[in-house]
Design a protein around this ligand. Structure first.
Ligand SMILES: *Cc1c(COP(=O)(O)O)cnc(C)c1O
Length: 371
């Protein structure tokens, strides 16, 4: 064979639904010398990473660590550890990721009751109240905080109260919110939460931060059956991530990915959580006014700052515009998913990508493309 050419990826502006642009600091950290996964120096880096994750999840949950795998592995970790075959659960579906949660839970043997609202809308406390009253045997309620397929932001504090009053656990997907919107795990009493690295944390894809409350751990310890997934079994993983002193080998941790995550979390904390949320809000406002001045309309009523979902005007070939943005301007945005396929653009303002320069560049480029 002829050996392929040397790798030379273009420097795109990543303004889609993820990955977001990765700062050079993070890429450099990733290129540092690989240590052994039981090396005390590495263990220290990993412990520091878990400590910073607690800060960013706003939790004191000891069981907080990065699962080896992308956001979907985090979803699967939460599902397989909390659910036993025959359990009843409630899943809220208003887009792609709620649907995936349901699929995951069914594969784990759960009987899934769904609460559904049209794509782009969010759930009220009353709708969840009704679901927990109809299905009092349910063990947990699963919901997406930031629905990347629609750009809708879900309020959680009131729903959490309803869920806990009914004696159930609350499991939340924060893949597109962590690092861009407040995620208050302890204040909102979230029992199980997962996220991803390549969205608002601006780290390459490859790890999924998760956190479990003491109540979730209690439920896991009461299991009568083994967790169906060997790789994602938290009862074994915790002996590595939370061991004191000696750590038990389970699987080889993705060392250099943890370096990258550690550096990206340092960047988040150096900026400061509040300042970071404010930057995302400001950039969202700037983008929104630019898009609206081009005549584009947002789809969800409660829009995320980190993912902006706008309707494609009639008569416009949305995929053609996206290719022009990519090929002529080196800008990546996303197309619609599911019921929004062909009908929406999804513009990410996540982490390192949420800058004035990017917003102004995109608006100018879109203006050219739309004529
Ligand atoms: C991206 C995303 C996921 C899946 O994460 P991957 O890293 O692609 O596996 C799950 N949930 C939401 C809300 C997402 O945006």
């Amino acid at each position: 064979m002829t050996i392929p050419a040397e790798l030379n990826p273009r420097e795109r502006l990543l303004m889609g639904p993820g990955p977001s642009t990765v700062p050079h600091r993070v890429l450099r950290a990733m290129g540092a010398s690989t240590l052994g996964h039981l090396d005390p120096q590495y263990i220290q880096y990993m412990d520091e990473t878990c400590e910073m994750l607690r800060e960013i999840f706003q939790t004191s949950n000891p069981l907080t660590f990065p699962v080896s795998g992308t956001g979907m592995a985090g979803m699967e970790t939460v599902v397989v550890n909390l659910i036993e075959p025959g359990d009843e659960v409630i899943v809220c579906i208003n887009g792609v990721f709620g649907g995936r949660m349901k699929d995951n839970m069914e594969r784990a043997g759960a009987t899934v009751h769904t609460v559904e609202v049209p794509w782009g809308e969010t759930f009220t406390d009353e709708s969840i109240e009704q679901a927990v009253t109809e299905h009092p045997q349910a063990k947990l309620v699963g919901i997406v905080h930031a629905e990347t397929s629609t750009g809708a932001l879900q309020e959680l504090a009131g729903i959490s109260e309803v869920v806990h009053r009914a004696g159930m656990l609350l499991a939340v997907d924060t893949v597109t919110s962590l690092g861009g919107h407040p995620v208050k795990v302890d204040e909102w009493k979230v029992d199980a939460v997962y996220s991803g690295t390549q969205k608002c944390l601006s780290c390459p894809p490859g790890l999924s931060p998760v956190s479990f409350s003491p109540l979730a751990i209690e439920k896991m310890e009461q299991r009568k059956t083994k967790v169906q997934s060997w790789y994602l079994d938290v009862s074994m993983l915790k002996n590595y991530y939370l061991g004191s002193g000696g750590r038990a080998y389970h699987h080889t941790a993705p060392i250099n990915m943890v370096y990258a995550l550690r550096e990206s979390l340092r960047i988040v904390l150096q900026e400061g959580l509040e300042a970071r949320f404010e930057r995302h809000r400001e950039m969202h406002q700037l983008l929104r006014s630019g898009l609206e001045s081009l005549g584009l309309c947002y789809i969800p009523k409660h829009s995320l700052h980190t993912l902006n979902c706008v309707a494609v005007p009639d008569g416009i070939d949305e995929a053609a515009i996206r290719s022009r943005l990519l090929n002529e301007y080196d800008i990546e945005i996303g197309g619609g998913l599911g019921v929004f396929a062909g009908k929406a653009w999804r513009i990410g303002l996540m982490g390192h990508s949420a800058t004035r320069r990017n917003v102004e560049t995109l608006i100018a480029a879109l203006k050219d493309c739309l004529g």
